[in-house]
Design a protein around this ligand. Structure first.
Ligand code: MSP
Length: 498
């Protein structure tokens, strides 16, 4: 049995979630909903990276023990994601016992295979990035501290050539290409062994190194193993899912594209199928982060623009891999321009004519009368349907998919305008045209379910169906359009309908 598996990074619960965390998990959720729509099995994991100095310090600052702190934040992150209609198959917490056991097992395999050895380290350490750094930045910075300590190393140097060879044979392992090139650049500079433990006396908040209670496992090694523990590793059932696809932000590329594949090679495990590397959401050109205090209150935006509106904006506004500006005026113009004034408005206009000309009930021959369909609309709708299938193997196309959705909406509008539907006095032809429009609308509204689940369901309910399923794509519509009108998106006065 081979179940498709997609993972997101696991987030540091050092403070509350923001749009950067939402973004990765939303892409995973869209992929999962696409699979659901097609009735295909798919598994997503997301969750929290709960160990390490950064989290321990955040707990101290709040006056809690690390465990109390992460228990609390786990609830906050769960509620946050649920608020955006996101669901998952596995909520990872690295303090869970199964994960801890998986990390110990993985460590022992690397050790037994001869890729872990004991040594010493002296150098600068960045607490916020949980990593040693080669050079101390200018000026005083309490986040950068000098460390001299006994430690365990991972023999990364044994994998430099193997990784190069693997990447040469797998040119599509990383999306987009520019990140693949970046990884080749890292590899060409040469890779050195790296430290994979921390002394317990300095950092007790971690998983104990098997057989040496003076050390804990480096938080990044602990975290990367989540991609296996989430699917049951070391129990053999993980093989039903592995290898999977990883979604990650560009700042954590090296960990995923160099360290993690080398660790997998060291454990004799297959490498991941693919890595999809997204960019950053920025505010005035600066990465949004809680520590910089430039993150918007998303709940307020979700109230104004609806959950579906925000989901749509995040996917429509930037291609996966690019950075995007997260500004309210852009959100407003996308939600009003695309959704209220085009997608919502055309539905109400079609419905308005059905009510006006036919009292809300189309005649029977509306289904069979061919009113002169729009080849361009038909082509775009069926292309969108084909793309839905492709999302399962290439989740990075969700942006293009959403663009195509809007193109379909525009074509429905064009058909309405070009045929001057509101003036047509030929009832038979008009009935056929209205049915044709509603049917196209139905198709794209089913297809947009992964991105806008609420509005999609609302429209399906209007048509008399309980869920959004691809099985309705070719199903005839009930001719009575009398259901409860979907609410759609807030209409704006300032951005007039086309
Ligand atoms: N815990 C590690 C990941 C371990 S995965 C085995 C970590 N956590 S994080 O909370 O700092 O970041 C998690 C993810 O959120 C990263 O992919 C990062 O790129 C993403 N984002 C954080 N801020 C972001 C934006 N402003 N925009 C988009 N994504 C960004 O790193």
């Amino acid at each position: 049995m081979n179940i498709k598996y997609l993972s997101t990074p696991i987030y540091y619960p050092n403070s509350t979630p923001h749009v950067g965390h939402l973004y990765s998990t939303l892409i995973a959720d869209i992929w999962k909903k696409a699979a659901q729509l097609l009735d295909k099995k798919a598994f997503i994991s997301t969750g929290l990276d709960e160990h390490g100095q950064k989290v321990a310090l955040a707990a101290v600052a709040r006056g809690y023990s690390p465990q109390e702190h992460v228990d609390y934040l786990s609830q906050i992150f769960i509620a946050f994601f649920q608020n955006y209609e996101i669901t998952w198959d596995k909520w990872v917490r690295t303090t869970d016992n199964e994960h801890i056991q998986a990390v110990k097992h993985f460590w022992k395999i690397l050790y037994d295979n001869g890729y872990i050895y004991k040594g010493n380290y002296a150098g600068w350490y960045s607490i916020s990035d949980e990593t040693y750094i080669l050079q101390k930045p200018e000026g005083e910075n309490p986040n950068i501290v000098w460390q001299e300590e006994e430690c365990y190393y991972f023999k990364l140097s044994a994998f430099g050539d193997k990784l190069k060879e693997y990447y040469a044979q797998h040119p599509n392992l990383i999306y987009p290409q520019k990140r693949y090139n970046e990884v080749l650049g890292f590899l060409n500079q040469g890779v050195k062994d790296f430290v994979i433990s921390r002394p317990k006396e300095r950092l007790y908040w971690g998983i104990e190194v098997p057989g040496d209670s003076d050390h804990v496992v480096y938080v990044w090694v602990d975290a990367l193993v989540n991609y296996l523990s989430a699917i049951g590793y070391p129990d053999q059932k993980y093989q039903n899912y592995w290898p999977g696809v990883h979604i990650l932000g560009k700042d954590i590329l090296k960990f995923h594209a160099i360290y993690w594949p080398a660790m997998l090679m060291a454990a004799n495990l297959p490498l991941m199928q693919k890595m999809i590397v997204h960019g950053w959401w920025l505010k005035n050109d600066v990465k949004i982060s809680k520590s910089l205090g430039n993150a918007d209150d998303l709940d307020i935006l979700a109230q104004k623009y609806q959950v579906d509106g925000l989901r749509y904006f995040l996917i429509k506004n930037i291609a996966i891999g690019e950075d995007g500006q997260f500004q309210e005026d852009t959100i407003r113009s996308v939600v009003y321009g695309d959704l209220a004034n085009k997608f919502g408005n055309i539905f109400l206009r079609i419905l308005g004519i059905i009510e006006l000309a036919f009292g809300g009930k189309l005649p029977l021959d509306a289904i069979i009368f061919k009113p002169g369909d729009s080849a361009i609309l038909d082509e775009k709708v069926s292309r969108m349907k084909n793309m839905l299938n492709q999302i399962l193997d290439s989740p990075e196309i969700v942006h293009e998919y959403t663009n195509l959705f809007l193109e379909c909406v525009v074509e429905i509008n064009n058909y309405f305008q070009n045929n001057k539907i509101w003036e047509n006095k030929n009832k038979q032809e008009l009935g056929g045209q209205l049915y044709y429009l509603m049917n196209a609308y139905k198709k794209i509204t089913i297809l947009i379910y992964p991105i806008m689940p609420r509005v999609s369901l609302e429209v399906m309910n209007f048509f008399g169906w309980e869920n959004a399923s691809i099985s309705y794509y070719d199903k005839a519509l009930n001719l009575e359009f009398l259901g409860k009108k979907p609410k759609f998106f807030p209409k704006s006065q300032d951005e007039s309908a086309e």
